[in-house]
Write a protein that binds this ligand. Structure first.
Ligand SMILES: O=C(O)C(=O)C[C@]1(C(=O)O)C=C[C@@H](O)C=C1
Length: 331
C-alpha cells in the first residue's frame, strides 16, 4: 500500500513568518504540506522544479510598496522560471512587534520612552509620529534584526526610539526572531510577528510598531499549471462575484518615443482598468526597464474578448512580453 503524500506548498519561512500566516489562510493543512523555504528565490525554485505544487510569495505592502525580490523573480531575466504563473492572491493584516530581552534590572532614572516625537530634519521636515510607545526600556538595544520590508513599515518607531541602533537585514521576520532568541548578550532585538516572539520565548518590547494601522501585505500564489482547472464552472461563478486580475510583464524599445504609452494604450483600447504598475531594471543596459502591468480581467474568462484583444495588440507594440497569470481578486 503506498502512503498518500500531500501536495507541497512552499513559503518564506521559518514558521511564524507573515508568509506562513498567508499560506495558512489560503491552503488547508489537512490536504497540503506547508513547507518553509529560506528565501523567496527558493520558493520560486521549488515550484519551477516541481518540488512544490504551489508557492506563496509577498508581492506588495500597503505602507512600503512592492516586494522587489518577488518582482525580480517574476522579471525572470535569465528564463529560470519559464513555467511559473500566478494563480491567486491573499491579504494579511501586518502588525509588527519589537521583541527581544527586557533589561533585567531597570535603571532608576531610565524612563526611556522619550517624547515620541522625531526631530525634524532638512530631508524630513515633518516626520511621522510613531503610533505606539515602547513597553519598557530600549536603552540596552544595540542591534535590530528584521526583513527589509518590515524596517520600511516601522520607520517612525525606529527613528524615534531606536536611533543609532545597528540594523541587520535578514531573510524574514521569523528568522530575525530566531536569531535574537540565540543572543546571549541581551542587547539584540527583532521586528517580527507576535507569534514568532511567542514561539521563541522572547519578551515584547513594543507592540503595533508599524507606521500605519492599516498596514497590509498582499501575497501571490504561484504554480506551474496555466491550464483551466477541472472545477472551472465553479471557479467562474466565484470570478463573476468577486472579479479577477491578470499580470503581464513587458519590455519596450527604449529609443522609440512613446513606446511605453503605446503598450498602455492597448489596455485603454479594450477598456481594461489597470490596478498596478511596477518596473525593475532590465539589467541589459543601465536605465532600461522591465514593466509590470496588473489589470482587471481574466485570460480564460473573457466573454467579450477584451483581454484577448489587448494581449494581441501588446504583442504588436512591445519588444517582448509575457502573461504571468490571471486569478480571482480578493480586494
Ligand atoms: O518576513 C516575513 O515574515 C515575510 O513573510 C516577508 C514579508 C515581506 O516580504 O513583505 C511579508 C510581510 C511583511 O510585509 C513583512 C515581510
Amino acid at each position: 500500500m503506498t502512503a498518500f503524500r500531500k501536495p507541497v506548498v512552499s513559503y518564506l519561512g521559518p514558521a511564524a513568518s507573515y508568509s506562513h500566516q498567508a499560506v495558512r489562510q489560503a491552503f488547508s493543512e489537512s490536504t497540503w504540506e506547508l513547507r518553509p523555504a529560506v528565501t523567496i528565490d527558493d520558493v520560486f525554485d521549488h515550484v519551477q522544479d516541481g518540488h512544490a505544487t504551489a508557492g506563496v510569495v509577498p508581492f506588495e505592502n500597503s505602507t512600503n510598496g512592492s516586494v522587489v525580490f518577488t518582482l525580480d523573480d517574476l522579471a525572470d531575466r535569465s528564463n529560470r522560471y519559464a513555467n511559473i504563473t500566478i494563480t491567486g492572491e491573499t491579504y494579511v493584516d501586518v502588525h509588527h512587534c519589537l521583541v527581544g530581552h527586557k533589561v533585567p534590572i531597570p535603571v532608576l532614572e531610565d524612563t526611556t520612552e522619550g517624547s515620541g516625537t522625531c526631530t525634524p530634519t532638512a530631508t524630513d521636515p515633518s516626520p511621522l509620529k510613531p503610533r505606539s510607545k515602547p513597553l519598557g526600556s530600549l536603552k540596552h538595544i544595540q542591534r535590530l534584526y528584521s526583513h527589509p520590508q518590515a524596517f520600511g513599515q516601522c520607520t517612525a518607531f525606529i527613528s524615534t526610539y531606536l536611533k543609532g541602533v545597528e540594523i541587520f537585514e535578514v531573510s524574514s521576520t521569523s528568522k530575525a526572531a530566531e536569531i535574537v532568541s540565540k543572543d546571549t548578550t541581551g542587547t539584540w532585538a527583532a521586528i517580527s510577528s507576535q507569534l514568532a516572539a511567542e514561539m521563541h520565548g522572547l519578551d515584547f518590547l513594543g507592540k503595533s510598531i508599524e507606521d500605519r494601522e492599516d498596514n497590509t501585505t498582499r501575497f501571490l500564489i504561484i504554480g506551474t499549471d496555466p491550464s483551466v482547472p477541472s472545477n472551472w464552472d465553479e471557479v467562474k461563478k466565484s470570478l463573476a462575484k468577486s472579479g479577477s486580475k491578470s499580470l503581464v510583464s513587458f519590455t519596450v524599445p527604449h529609443t522609440s518615443p512613446g513606446a511605453l504609452a503605446d503598450v498602455l494604450a492597448c489596455f485603454q483600447a479594450f477598456d481594461l482598468n489597470l490596478t498596478s504598475i511596477n518596473s525593475r531594471p532590465s539589467l541589459v543596459q543601465p536605465f532600461q526597464y522591465i514593466f509590470f502591468v496588473e489589470f482587471e480581467g481574466h485570460k480564460h474568462d473573457d466573454p467579450d474578448g477584451r483581454v484577448k484583444g489587448a494581449l494581441e495588440k501588446i504583442s504588436g507594440v512591445a519588444q517582448s512580453w509575457r502573461w504571468l497569470g490571471s486569478w480571482q481578486r480578493y480586494r
